[in-house]
Design a protein around this ligand. Structure first.
Ligand SMILES: Cc1cc2nc3c(=O)[nH]c(=O)nc-3n(C[C@H](O)[C@H](O)[C@H](O)COP(=O)(O)OP(=O)(O)OC[C@H]3O[C@@H](n4cnc5c(N)ncnc54)[C@H](O)[C@@H]3O)c2cc1C
Length: 432
């Protein structure tokens, strides 16, 4: 069992030190647990939430037996995938292996899919039939799409009309379609209503596609048919679009006729209450819900997301199962990779505290979302979150958004910070 001093040192490095020391005065860690009776934690999903939990469980208490289950051998991140669409980074830069988690941190990695969770038996079943016992289970499966929410769209047509909102083969399809679009053609994106993964994600994507078109297809048009009347960092995006791309990007809000009523997948025609739009390349981002396994495990509410204790991320439906990342309902935190990683650390700290019988630490969660509007034009939003009356709420005065009207060097610096943010978070989770 981890020595108290080492635990505090490990947690201090991740921001939990102060609060932990305040909450640990009477903790007893006697270092007697052998490997045969080590606590077993199974983590479902090796994305931002799952990789964070797995790594920090081992950092906080190396004696815990941590098994991460993830079907993919390497993980292409959604952050950076818009930059890839523009050709600003290559696929290798945004793809990470699990070698470091396994070899440096001692996480058992199983490349498989969990098909069933039995909360009563405390077991998970893999799709190859293997059954694993757990003492604590962490579920971080990301999102699933509500394909049937848009008439005419379905999972059957995603190779022709990609969402590209889970990075990987879908990103490659959109990458190719953009490059094959006829000169002067029309790219249409249909973003979903709230809540959804990465609120600025669709708008960074059109920015990056505009960046590509400006260089390679300058008469192309981009139309956004939105299910919302406003979006994240709207003023900043629109200021950047005007400055960099003139009139190339047209945003149509829901109330101005942007809400999609149905589509004709064959002709890539989108119908709204106000008219119809024919696309050469159509990118539909459907409404979302928690990952399928969260439903199979009975962890979701009527809205399709997972209610959790806001301090520990333990499910309020099934004890000893924690949910982090996009699938969870985490107060005011947006569904982002940075949020998921922050929640993962908090969740790991809570599990280690619970296993060792000391007070659960209260940590601050953080989120930063950088977006590139152009290759040298970055904007950002950041917030620190604390627990107030059982809810995760922003700390007033901490964080904020980039100013409007900033000069080119300010935007360039933010673009550089965006790349720096990406390097540091992926280094933390997969590569160090
Ligand atoms: C275009 C785009 C741009 C984005 N940009 C940013 C950004 O700049 N900054 C930012 O912070 N966030 C960004 N995000 C959001 C970020 O990608 C997500 O919020 C983050 O990935 C959520 O982490 P997660 O662990 O919940 O899910 P994921 O990262 O999706 O990981 C879930 C993992 O679980 C696995 N899985 C699912 N079901 C099972 C199962 N049954 N068994 C085993 N494994 C399973 C999946 O294979 C997957 O690897 C962006 C998203 C998009 C789409």
């Amino acid at each position: 069992m981890l020595k108290r001093r080492s635990l505090i040192k490990a947690m201090a490095a991740t921001g939990f030190g102060g609060s932990l020391m305040a909450t640990l005065p009477g903790c007893s860690l006697n270092g007697t647990k052998g490997s045969s009776d080590a606590a077993r934690v199974v983590v479902i999903g090796g994305g931002f939430g799952g990789a964070s939990v797995a790594k920090y469980l081992k950092r906080f208490d190396n004696t815990v037996d941590v098994t991460l289950i993830e079907p993919k051998k390497s993980y292409m991140t959604c952050p950076g995938s818009n930059w890839y669409l523009a050709g600003l980074v290559d696929a290798k830069t945004i793809t990470h292996s699990y070698d470091s988690l396994r070899d440096k941190h001692g996480v058992n990695i199983i490349h498989s899919t969990v098909s069933m969770v039995s909360p009563a038996a405390k077991q998970v079943t893999l799709n190859d039939g293997r059954v694993l016992d757990y003492d604590k289970l962490v579920v971080s499966p990301g999102i699933e799409f509500k394909y049937d929410a848009i008439e005419g769209y379905s999972e059957d047509v995603i190779e022709q009309i990609p969402h590209a909102y889970k990075a990987g083969p879908q990103t490659e399809i959109l990458y190719k379609q953009i490059r094959e679009m006829p000169q002067g053609g029309t790219f249409i994106m249909c973003p979903p209503g709230n809540p959804f993964r990465c609120p600025p994600g669709p708008y960074e994507r059109v920015s990056m596609i505009a960046d590509y078109f400006k260089r390679n297809n300058p008469t192309a048009k981009i139309i956004i048919l939105d299910a919302k009347d406003k979006f994240s960092k709207q003023g900043l995006f629109q200021e950047g679009w005007k400055a960099l791309y003139g009139d190339m990007i047209q945003w149509i809000s829901a109330s101005a006729g942007g809400k999609v009523s149905h589509i004709d997948a064959k002709t890539k025609t989108v119908y709204t209450d106000f008219g119809q739009y024919k696309a050469d390349v159509l990118n539909i981002i459907p409404p979302q819900k928690a990952g399928n396994i969260a439903f199979a495990a009975g962890l979701t509410n009527d809205a399709g997301w997972c209610p959790v204790d806001q301090q520990t991320f333990e499910s309020t439906i099934h004890p000893d199962i924690h949910v982090v990342g996009d699938s969870s309902i985490a107060g005011k935190m947006p569904k982002s990779g940075h949020s998921a990683a922050s929640q993962g650390k908090m969740c790991a700290a809570s599990i280690v505290a619970k296993l060792n019988g000391y007070t659960i630490p209260t940590a601050k969660n953080v989120n930063t979302c950088y977006s590139l509007v152009g290759a040298d034009y970055g904007i950002s939003v950041a917030a620190v979150y604390q627990l107030v009356d059982g809810s995760i709420v922003p700390v007033k005065g901490a964080g904020g958004v980039s100013p409007t009207g900033a000069d080119a060097s300010f935007r360039k610096n933010e673009a550089n910070y965006a790349h720096g943010w990406y390097k540091s978070i992926t280094m933390d989770l997969w590569n160090s």
